[in-house]
Design a protein around this ligand. Structure first.
Ligand SMILES: CSC[C@H]1O[C@@H](n2cnc3c(O)ncnc32)[C@H](O)[C@@H]1O
Ligand SMILES: [Zn+2]
Length: 413
């Protein structure tokens, strides 16, 4: 399939300038960007639109759309242990499939092309990603709190063997939940396996001020040799910041979830000063409550500006949401270039809040609305286009979702 996108403004990546050129896509890949004439099977006139790289949501629990709004105005501890875990105990693979589908619809609607997930019933997450056509780094949440992991690591390895690389969309990593739910021995075992398989790892780290373990000790395990996405990193000591400054380490910053669960504000400016690679994640819809990277991008920037107007600048924010997220997840997105997968979004910039157009880059952070996304393409396939989700039956998914939620409510009563 040959696709021509013409007459749009193009932002190739966070660091580039806007150009008015055409994009030619063949078999899911960008073949040419420039001022050319070519024959195509499908031609889209995108006058008045901006084409830019899609966002990477570098930390989420997609299926938690099922629990959006069920546990409000509580601390992380109460939220997780008293409200969320009891509901999660009742989730079936079918529930996780439907919850993940709704999450993907929301993310595609808001310009996300790839996400990093940590959950369970991962075969259902894989199926949802494949059926929808979204890129995902999927990890099995791992804990050994009761002294045993009840086969979770074995399951994660099986997911890797069965699904890693599937359709060029799904990749499998390892998801030790947090240092407070994984012993050091277990973390070492998980990291050893991940390292042998060349798979990335993601783990919650220093989310609340009650988390008092030692990062130095944690990094004496094989985790130090893995590609790791550390989620949250709100309560880092100066010495911890130094430890995270490493080519293979990434921090997924989730400002909304951190504020909503009263965990505070991550020291992102300090991290960026030390060249730590910071990307953005929404966390799950039960703690955010949206899956909106535009919102995270703006909030991340504003929270640091509370103390220093220089941080986080437009280019930095955009690159956190695109290039750094792509690098962290290992998913080849984040930039529009010849040879890259066509993972892009089309934004309707004919709205008053994109004027003056001369300052368009700033508007993308401080004035844009996620619902201005007109279309989202992943590997050359539209997964959202002008109000329609071409790869799924929207009303069927919504009906099934309501059915699952009703069942969960009935169990509770
Ligand atoms: C075992 S699968 C992943 C696990 O993580 C839980 N979770 C979701 N958000 C957070 C968070 O902010 N901190 C800690 N744990 C979180 C989710 O409910 C799943 O049980
Ligand atoms: Zn999380």
């Amino acid at each position: 399939m040959k696709i021509l996108l013409k007459n749009a403004l193009i932002l190739k990546n966070a660091f580039s300038d806007f150009v008015k050129e055409n994009i030619f896509i063949e078999n899911g890949k960008i073949v040419e960007i420039g001022k050319f004439q070519r024959q195509a099977d499908k031609v889209y006139d995108l006058s008045g639109k901006l084409i830019m790289p899609g966002f990477v949501n570098a930390h989420t629990h997609a299926a938690m759309t099922l629990m959006r709004g069920v546990a409000e105005d509580v601390s992380l501890e109460e939220w997780l242990f008293k409200k969320i875990f009891p509901i999660e105990d009742k989730l079936t693979p079918e529930d996780v499939y439907i919850g993940t589908m709704i999450a993907q619809m929301e993310m595609a609607r808001k310009g996300v092309v790839a996400y990093v997930d940590m959950y369970f019933h991962c075969e259902a997450v894989v199926q949802a990603a494949i059926d929808f056509g979204m890129k995902a780094l999927i990890t099995r949440g791992l804990t050994d709190q009761s002294g045993s992991d009840n086969g979770r690591l074995r399951q994660n390895i099986e997911y890797f063997e069965k699904f890693n690389g599937k359709d060029g969309l799904v990749f499998i990593g390892f998801g030790p939940h947090a240092p407070y739910s994984c012993s050091l021995d277990y973390l070492d075992r998980v990291a050893t396996v991940a390292n042998e398989l060349g798979a990335p790892v993601t783990i919650h780290l220093y989310e609340s001020e009650k988390e008092t373990y030692s990062l130095k000790e944690i990094l004496k395990t094989k985790l130090s040799e893995c590609r790791v996405i550390f989620a949250h990193c709100v309560h880092l000591k100066e010495s911890d910041i130094e430890l995270l400054a490493k080519e293979s380490f990434f921090v997924a910053h989730s400002p909304t979830s951190n504020l909503k669960l009263a965990n505070g504000i991550a020291p992102v400016s300090k991290m960026l000063e030390k060249n730590i690679q910071v990307c953005l994640g929404t966390d799950g819809a039960a703690s955010n409550n949206t899956l909106d990277i535009w919102h995270e991008m703006r909030l991340a920037s504003l929270l640091q500006k509370a103390r220093d107007p220089v941080k986080i600048c437009t280019t930095e924010a955009l690159s956190m949401a695109t290039l750094t997220g792509a690098k962290a997840s290992g998913l080849t997105s984040g930039s529009l270039d010849t040879g890259y997968d066509a993972d892009l979004i089309v934004l309707d910039i004919e709205k008053p809040w994109y004027l003056p157009l001369e300052q368009l880059k700033s508007h993308l952070i401080h004035s844009a609305n996620s619902l201005d996304v007109y279309a989202t393409m992943i590997k050359g396939r539209w997964v959202y286009f002008n109000g329609v989700f071409p790869t799924v039956d929207e009303s069927e998914i919504k009906n099934r979702f309501e059915g699952v939620v009703q069942r969960l409510i009935d169990i509770e009563n």
